[in-house]
Write a protein that binds this ligand. Structure first.
Ligand code: GLA
Length: 386
């Protein structure tokens, strides 16, 4: 796994590329969601954490409206754009993320000038770990500081969501950017997506003799594709038929009654969200009382619910989860939007190698692309480095 360029090296590369020193360097992390999937846009609960893999950006504001963007990874060339009159849908590839957050700040009436930007990131792309939000959160933090806009975390979260929903065209919720902007070392972010209330919940797997393995299945996914949007539409339909503002307002004890009102597919979609919200609350309670070693069954139940009721898993994710569980993981689930990306496996330190070997072997036997397996720990949210 690669690591990002050191801050001073990034600044030096910026100077070589753009001919002057940057105004500063910011970083923002990717995220892993411990539990609470597809609950954010239902105004429910999520429990992600910021990971120790980050996007770093060196930025210098310009005197005109030109934007020049260069990335040290991915082999893309310099991208140039003009912020004045820029419309949603502009830009290609990763350039949509910095352009999108600049557009969203301008939409709020903030005077964002052009800028030069050099990016580096070690958040794996397409792995369901929010590499795009890491970029967006690093850039929006930089522009917020440099323009003196002074927006608080909750507004930055909403502006980033506007960038994703309207500029990039992915109908996502607020979980990823909340983790990236509001994460803290050693903690998971318990977020109430209705009012953005955050409680930081201690999540120190190592102290319990555990590690959190990420199994990147290499099956790429895109939230701009139909699967995510159609799940969201089912949830909205369910809420409408049940006469509630959002599925957050449906309790587990109302599911039986809901069964009489909803068609079979909508019922299963609703059941996932309703039971998943409940699992998040239980996970937080258990983390606070007993610690990480006791949350395994909730992770397992979450995966089953996503596989069978929400139908957002895929054979590679199911194989990763099943193999990890059969070889010593105490709980495992797919994480993120689904249809590919990564699974997580909470694993006793002594079982790590066995889980890794077994998953690699199982993927080879199934003729799946070899997975990438690595550990993550809860790390700090977005910050200024220089
Ligand atoms: C993606 C979206 C989030 C959230 C998850 C599913 O990561 O960006 O808003 O909906 O999927 O939990």
């Amino acid at each position: 796994m690669t690591t990002t360029t050191d801050t001073s090296v990034l600044s030096a590369r910026f100077q070589e590329t753009f001919g002057s020193v940057p105004d500063g360097v910011w970083q923002a992390p990717g995220r892993v969601n411990l539990i609470g999937e597809h609950t954010d846009y239902n105004e429910g609960f999520v429990l992600p954490f910021a990971i120790d893999k980050t996007a770093k950006v060196a930025i210098r504001l310009r005197g005109d409206s030109t934007v020049r963007l260069l990335s040290l990874f991915g082999g893309h060339g310099l991208v140039e754009a003009d912020l004045s009159g820029m419309e949603p849908g502009s830009g290609e590839g990763w350039s949509r993320y910095p352009l999108g957050v600049a557009w969203a700040l301008k939409e709020r009436g903030i005077d964002v000038p052009g800028f030069d930007l050099l990016l580096d990131s070690d958040v794996p792309l397409g792995a369901g770990l929010s590499s795009s939000h890491a970029i967006e959160c690093a850039v929006i933090s930089a522009l917020n500081d440099l323009t003196g806009a002074g927006l608080g975390a909750e507004d930055l979260v909403l502006a980033t969501q506007r960038a994703e929903n309207v500029f990039v065209g992915a109908p996502t919720g607020i979980m990823d950017q909340s983790a990236s902007l509001r994460g803290a070392k050693g903690h998971a972010v318990f977020l109430d997506c209705r009012d953005q209330h955050v409680d930081l919940v201690p999540f120190d797997a190592e102290a319990s003799g555990l590690i959190l393995l990420v199994i990147d299945t290499k099956v790429s996914h895109s939230h701009a594709d139909g699967g995510y949007a159609s799940r969201r539409a089912s949830c909205e339909l369910g809420a409408e038929i049940l006469g509630v503002k959002a599925l957050r307002d449906v309790g587990v004890d109302s599911l039986e009654e809901a069964a009489g009102l909803l068609d079979e597919t909508t019922l299963r979609r609703v059941r996932h969200v309703v039971t998943e919200n409940d699992r998040v609350l239980q996970t937080v309670e258990i983390l606070n009382s007993e610690g990480p070693a006791s949350i395994g069954p909730l992770l397992d139940a979450s995966h089953v619910s996503m596989r069978d009721d929400f139908e957002i898993s895929c054979p590679e994710l199911d194989l990763a989860v099943e193999t990890a569980r059969a070889n010593g993981a105490i709980g495992a689930r797919m994480t993120g939007g689904g249809f590919g990306g990564s699974a997580i496996a909470l694993t006793p330190v002594g079982q790590e190698q066995q889980v890794r070997d077994a998953v690699v072997r199982a993927f080879a036997e199934a003729a799946f692309t070899a997975p990438d397996i690595f550990t993550v720990t809860p790390a700090a949210g977005a910050l200024r480095l220089a």
